[in-house]
Design a protein around this ligand. Structure first.
Ligand code: ADP
Length: 372
C-alpha cells in the first residue's frame, strides 16, 4: 500500500471540490467528516441540512470522482447525511440523500420496507444499558460491564451509542480512527480486551450534539451494523450498547432496526432518578417487539469513608431494589460511590480491567455473571 495516497493528499484532492454554500474547497469549508481510509478505499461523510440534500448530490459525486483519480484508490464512498424525515420507509427516490453516515453495504443497498430487525453480523447477544436520566453512571456501568464480560472469557464489545455525549473514547482511552476493510465494515478499536466503537470516533462530538433525532438514530443503527464486531470463526459473544439517556425516538428506531436481547437499567437511589428509571422500564415493554428488561442496577448506592467498611447511604439506599420488586424485574446489584471508579473512567483505565479484585470490580463481575 506504499503508493496509496496520504491523508494530506486525499484532503488536497477534496479541496478541489467546491462547497456551494461557502464557495470554499470542501476541506477548508470543514465538510470532510469521518474520513476513513482503508486499502484501496476512501470514504467520508458530507453532513448537510435536509433542505440542501439535492444541492449537494452533485458535490457528493464530484468528491467521489476526485478521490477516484488518486493513485491506488479503487473505491470512493461519500455518504451524504441529511435530515429528511423518518427513515423507516422506502429509500427516497431522489437518490442517496437522507442516508445516515455509514460505510456498510447494508446502508447503501436499496432497502425494502419494512426493514426486518436483525442482530449485527456475527454477534450472538446484544445487551443495551439504559437510564432514565443522564449522569447516573450509565456509561461507567456499560464500560465496566463490558470489561467484566471480557474477564469472564467472553468475546465482548462495547458500542457507545450515546450520540449526544459519547464517553467511551475517554473511559477506554480509545485512540485513532476506525478504518474500514475489504468487507466495507469498520474495524472496531480494540482496548482492554474489548472491541469498541463510538460515535465520538467518527464525528466531532459538538457536531453530533446538534443532530436531530432521525439523523442521530440512523447513525447509531448503522454503527451497529457497519462495524466488524466478529467473524464466522470468532463471533462476538456479547455486545454491550451504551444507549443515550432518556426515552426517545432514538431508542424506538434502534429497536425497530435491530434485535436487542435485553436491556439493563441504571439508576441512582434517589426518587427523582427512580421515576425516570420506571419510565425507561416501561418504554422497553411498550415497543411492538418488547425488549426484555434484564434488571436494574443501583449505582452510587452508598459511600464508605476511607478506612471504614461502614456504608453511608448518601442518596438513600435500596430504592432501586424496592423499585425493581415493584416493577417485577430482577435487581442485579449495587455499585458503591467509589473515587477509584471515577478516576479510572477519567483516565481511560476502566476499573474492572485494572483493579478486578477491588470491591467495586467484584460488584461488576457479580452483575456480569448474573446476566450470563
Ligand atoms: P451517564 O452515562 O449516566 O451520564 P457517567 O457514567 O458518564 O454517567 O458518570 C457521570 C460521572 O459520575 C462520571 O464522572 C463518572 O466517573 C462518575 N461516576 C459514575 N458512577 C460512579 C460511582 N459509582 N462512583 C463514583 N463516580 C461515579
Amino acid at each position: 500500500m506504499s503508493d496509496f495516497p496520504s491523508r494530506d493528499a486525499i484532503l488536497a484532492a477534496l479541496e478541489g471540490v467546491i462547497d456551494p454554500r461557502s464557495g470554499q474547497g470542501l476541506r477548508t469549508a470543514g465538510m470532510v467528516r469521518g474520513l476513513a481510509i482503508g486499502p484501496g478505499r476512501v470514504g467520508f461523510m458530507l453532513e448537510v441540512a435536509a433542505a440542501d440534500a439535492a444541492l449537494y448530490a452533485p458535490v457528493r459525486e464530484a468528491a467521489e470522482a476526485a478521490l477516484k483519480t488518486l493513485p491506488g484508490v479503487t473505491e470512493a464512498r461519500v455518504v451524504l447525511t441529511a435530515e429528511s424525515g423518518p427513515s423507516s420507509g422506502p429509500a427516497p427516490s431522489h437518490g442517496k440523500a437522507g442516508r445516515a453516515a455509514s460505510l456498510s453495504p447494508q446502508a447503501t443497498a436499496a432497502r425494502p420496507a419494512p426493514v426486518p430487525a436483525g442482530r449485527p453480523a456475527h454477534v450472538k447477544r446484544v445487551i443495551a444499558v439504559a437510564s432514565g436520566k443522564g449522569g447516573v453512571g450509565k456509561s461507567t456501568v456499560a464500560v465496566n460491564l463490558a470489561c467484566a464480560f471480557a474477564q469472564l472469557g467472553l468475546r465482548a464489545g462495547l458500542l457507545d451509542a450515546d450520540v449526544y455525549g459519547p464517553s467511551a473514547p475517554l473511559m477506554l482511552g480509545l485512540q485513532g480512527a476506525p478504518e474500514y476493510g475489504e468487507d466495507q465494515l469498520m474495524a472496531p478499536i480494540e482496548a482492554w480486551g474489548l472491541k469498541a466503537m463510538s460515535i465520538g470516533l467518527l464525528v466531532n462530538a459538538d457536531r453530533a450534539m446538534i443532530w436531530r433525532g432521525p439523523m442521530a438514530s440512523r447513525a447509531l443503527t448503522q454503527m451497529l451494523t457497519g462495524t466488524r464486531w466478529g467473524t464466522v470463526a470468532e463471533p462476538l459473544d456479547v455486545l454491550v450498547v451504551d444507549l443515550p439517556p432518556g426515552t426517545g425516538d432514538l431508542h424506538l428506531e434502534l429497536v425497530q432496526k435491530t434485535v436487542l436481547d435485553g436491556a439493563v437499567i441504571v439508576s441512582t437511589p434517589q426518587e427523582m432518578a427512580l421515576i425516570d428509571a420506571r419510565r425507561a422500564v416501561a418504554m422497553f415493554g411498550k415497543f411492538q417487539t418488547p425488549v426484555p428488561v434484564l434488571g436494574i442496577i443501583e449505582n452510587m448506592a452508598y459511600f464508605s469513608a476511607p478506612g471504614t467498611d461502614e456504608p453511608i447511604p448518601i442518596f438513600g439506599r435500596g430504592g432501586a431494589k424496592t423499585e425493581a420488586e415493584k416493577l417485577g424485574v430482577p435487581f442485579l446489584g449495587e455499585i458503591p460511590i467509589d473515587m477509584a471508579l471515577r478516576e479510572a473512567g477519567d483516565t481511560g483505565r476502566p476499573l474492572v480491567a485494572t483493579a478486578p479484585l477491588s470491591a467495586t470490580g467484584q460488584a461488576f463481575q457479580k452483575i456480569a455473571r448474573a446476566l450470563l
